[in-house]
Design a protein around this ligand. Structure first.
Ligand code: GDP
Ligand code: IMO
Ligand code: MG
Length: 430
């Protein structure tokens, strides 16, 4: 049963979308299993840019069924806008399916995301303000409203009334905000039903039908390992489980359905929002500023400047473990071209001098570690036209070998530019 997971090994924006698009060419299904429109996955095909938030990155192939799994939180208006955007570019969305068990993002989730961030003040998380955390919180509290509830107006209204009874009190009395109107929300959401209904499906069944027929099913992670609710740098995380194990609850398969886990890493690091970042290069740092500019490191989704830093092999090793990565896909190797020297963090030194070869479990330690770097020679020549590993300069290949060695798994795919055709399949492994 060929289940393949694509998972971010860093803090997101590693290039999951572009590798998913590449790998979807021989897949039957492409399934999102967690997250929501906090994701921003960019595909570049023949110079045309597609920025996706909810729709799986396999959408560009007519033979792929893109599936939004039960573990995703769905803002239906965003979904419809994205469908319209794709259709306007000539991409058919007819095959798209959405799980009836996926939870809906409601207007009060977005309102709570905004007001709680405001109340956190300087301790704010820097969320995408999309209502993701509050929607997952309601799911866990068992007061969420699911996609299937849209198909029964009286149930939808009853659940909405129940939710608003509490939400409006809190909004008014704690956050000094105006209450939300149940009639208005009902009207807006139910008006979308005629367009949504044909998409709603039993996606667990779809996934198993494909697996049983021995067809390739690609599970597309959003966010990343160090934004994972359990394994990330809590509380500076998202509210779902992006790690490969999240495919189980988020798509409805057991671990044996998966036989390949591709961890996506950028050739350096970025992070959006708050939280610890041992190898961070702060604004004003020449290399950091170059990475942001050359790597166009501004959020696909929110436009925020991403915080840059050197690749952190301590984190990468941990991500390989947490996800059972069988291999890596590395994007943005081309962005490192101007660097005469490239640094890779291979261990940390804590404030008291202790050396850590693994990620310290205590976050107060992680916040204050000093990265210990290995310095490798750069290549300083453009590599964006390279078609195979042999086309790369020796020092670029040495860099890749070094990463494979410290990560403990091979690199199967490389990105030397954002375009689909700028993907190199390394001969030895893939
Ligand atoms: P995702 O969230 O992991 O899918 O990644 P994003 O799409 O948010 O961010 C990756 C950004 O880098 C996008 O703008 C991509 O077009 C771009 N990108 C991806 N791979 C490469 C690469 O190999 N080289 C360069 N220069 N850009 C890339
Ligand atoms: P993709 O799939 C980068 C970050 C936010 C914030 C934290 C919590 O494109 O890699 P949330 O809105 O999820 O409650 O925000 O997580 N974040 C991302 N950072 N890429 C993403 O997605 C992200 N999704 C959420 O910036 O720090
Ligand atoms: Mg992104």
């Amino acid at each position: 049963m060929p289940g393949v997971v694509i998972v971010g090994t860093q803090w997101g924006d590693e290039g999951k979308g572009r590798f998913t698009d590449y790998l979807a060419s021989d897949s039957a299904l492409c399934v999102r299993y967690q997250g929501g429109h906090n994701a921003g996955h960019t595909l570049v095909v023949d110079g045309e840019v597609f920025a996706l938030q909810l729709v799986p990155s396999g959408i560009l192939y007519p033979h792929v069924t893109p599936v939004i799994g039960n573990g995703v939180v769905v803002d239906p208006s965003v979904l419809l806008e994205e469908i319209d955007m794709l259709e306007s570019k000539g991409i058919s969305t007819a095959r798209l399916r959405v799980s009836g068990n996926a939870h809906l993002i409601m207007p009060y989730h977005q309102e709570f995301d905004r007001v709680t961030e405001r109340y956190l003040g300087k301790n704010k998380l820097g969320t995408t303000m999309r209502g993701i955390g509050p929607a997952y919180a309601d799911k866990a509290l068992r007061v969420g409203i699911r996609v299937q509830d849209l198909l029964d107006p009286s149930i939808f209204r009853a659940k909405l009334d129940l939710a608003l009874r509490e939400k409006n009190l809190v909004l008014a009395k704690v956050y000094n905000r105006l209450p939300l109107d149940a009639d208005e929300i009902t009207e807006t959401y139910l008006a979308m039903v005629p367009r949504l209904e044909p998409l709603i499906a039993d996606t667990v069944h779809l996934v198993h039908e494909a697996l049983d027929a021995n067809e390739k099913v690609l599970f597309e992670g959003a966010q990343a390992t160090f934004l994972d609710l359990d394994h990330g740098t809590y509380p500076y995380v998202t509210s779902s489980n992006p790690i490969s194990g999240g495919v189980g609850p988020g798509a409805g398969v057991g671990p044996l359905a998966i036989n390949r886990v591709i961890g996506v890493a950028k050739a350096y690091l970025t992070r959006v929002g708050a939280g610890p970042f041992p190898t961070e290069l702060f604004p004003g740092d020449e290399v950091g500023d170059m990475l942001v500019e050359r790597g166009a490191e501004f959020g696909t989704n929110t436009g925020r400047r991403r915080r840059p830093g050197w690749l952190d092999a301590v984190m990468l090793r941990h991500a390989v473990r947490l996800n059972s990565c069988t291999e890596l896909a590395m994007a943005k190797l081309d962005v490192l071209t101007p660097c005469a020297e490239i640094k890779v963090c291979v261990a940390y030194e804590a404030e008291d001098g202790t050396r850590f070869d693994h990620v310290p479990y205590h976050q107060s330690v992680l916040h204050k570690v000093r990265p210990i770097y290995e310095t490798l020679p750069g290549w300083e020549s453009e590599i964006t036209e390279a078609k195979k590993v042999e086309d790369l300069p020796d020092s670029a290949r040495d860099y890749l070998k070094f990463i494979e060695q410290v990560a403990g798994v091979p690199i199967s795919f490389l990105g030397v530019g954002p375009g689909r055709e700028q993907t190199i399949v390394t001969n030895s492994h893939a």
